[in-house]
Design a protein around this ligand. Structure first.
Ligand SMILES: Cc1ncc(C[n+]2csc(CCOP(=O)(O)OP(=O)(O)O)c2C)c(N)n1
Length: 107
């Protein structure tokens, strides 16, 4: 819930693996703007004024191991390796910005 918890996880060397799905924006907010506001995007992706920090550098600042998954090639093997790594690790998973997220179109 809070970024400082990464420090607790690091200090206690808890074997927690984070998988962050990077859709380069606020997918759920975009879904609402597309479905209920005629696709008028505001502050929900780079073009509409919202950018994201480099998440692997944030993890590195806390001294955590990092990984990136940016293709489906060998994905099962990669995930298995990550899950078997010692201690905590933050893995950024690059996904399509167009990946549908909730809330879905209800009208
Ligand atoms: C503390 C807080 N600030 C703002 C919001 C409003 N909010 C709901 S979803 C969302 C975007 C979430 O983006 P992300 O975590 O990248 O997930 P995605 O929608 O892309 O799957 C925001 C800002 C919130 N829920 N909580």
């Amino acid at each position: 819930m809070n970024i400082q918890e990464l420090e607790t996880i690091k200090r206690l060397n808890l074997p927690i693996k984070f998988f962050i799905l990077n859709n380069k924006g606020y997918g759920s907010i975009q879904a609402t703007q597309k479905n209920y506001f005629d696709g008028f995007l505001v502050g929900s992706n780079e073009k509409s004024g919202m950018t994201l920090p480099n998440i692997t550098r944030v993890a590195q600042a806390f001294g955590l191991k990092i990984a990136t998954i940016d293709s489906q090639q060998d994905i099962t093997k990669r995930i298995r390796e990550i899950l078997q790594a010692e201690g905590p690790l933050v893995c950024e998973v690059m996904i399509s910005p167009n990946q549908t997220t909730a809330p879905e179109f209800l009208r």
